[in-house]
Design a protein around this ligand. Structure first.
Ligand SMILES: C[S@@+](CC[C@H](N)C(=O)[O-])C[C@H]1O[C@@H](n2cnc3c(N)ncnc32)[C@H](O)[C@@H]1O
Length: 191
């Protein structure tokens, strides 16, 4: 199997690409803290290296509907510089597949509707967590049944899940796995 070259920007734990690591692909993590390969502000990062998959996880605080103090989407003036940097990196690096992820909230009001609306609960998260994905991805939904431990998806938010904000931002392993398998298969087809 071809070794995939994978990049994750705005991360700390690299949860979104854990399955890629476990399946021995070549993974680079960029973030401001944590056990990452490149510690830097993504707004200063440039690359023209080719990646099979680039994924970005900009902080959601300013876009979150849970942040009711920030008001309605139309009344917000969030700092878009990190999200803009993610789009710029995609333009510069031209990856085969890419994704920008954010909890369903106000980001779609500023950058348009996402290509995918999913629920993390369907991928093994401890609560439903509706999430938007923008980008170019191979069809991954059909991989779900075989790879995700079902039966943990309908628990009430926070009933037994972690409350710490940084841990809440972790992506369920099931999503990482279905993305990994879908990208592996699409690359295989290309030969
Ligand atoms: C929503 S969390 C994503 C967490 C990720 N899913 C994980 O498994 O660690 C956003 C991450 O972006 C990082 N971050 C915030 N501002 C950044 C910046 N300007 N450049 C790079 N990373 C940044 C934060 O430290 C945080 O780890």
């Amino acid at each position: 199997m071809k070794k995939l070259k994978v990049f994750s920007g705005c991360t700390e734990y690299g949860s979104e690409v854990q399955a890629f690591k476990d399946r021995d692909h070549d993974v680079t993590l960029l973030g401001m803290c944590g056990d990452v390969d490149i510690t830097m502000d993504i707004r200063d990062f440039h690359t023209t290296e080719h990646y099979d998959f680039m994924t970005f996880h900009p902080p959601c605080t300013e876009f979150s509907k849970a942040n009711w103090r920030a008001g309605k989407c139309k009344d917000r003036t969030p700092d878009m510089s990190i999200v803009e940097a993610c789009f710029r990196i995609v333009r510069e690096a031209k990856p085969t597949f890419w994704m920008i992820e954010n909890p369903q909230g106000c980001l779609r009001y500023f950058i348009g509707r996402p290509q995918y609306c999913i629920k993390y609960g369907d991928y093994g998260h401890y609560c439903q967590k509706p999430t938007d994905l923008w980008g170019v991805l191979p069809w991954f939904a059909s991989y779900q049944k075989n790879n995700v431990p079902l039966g943990v998806h309908n628990k009430t938010a926070y009933s037994d899940g972690p409350r710490a904000a940084d841990k809440r931002a972790m992506i369920p392993y099931g999503l990482s796995m279905v993305l990994c398998k879908a990208i592996e298969d699409s690359q295989q087809l290309e030969g």
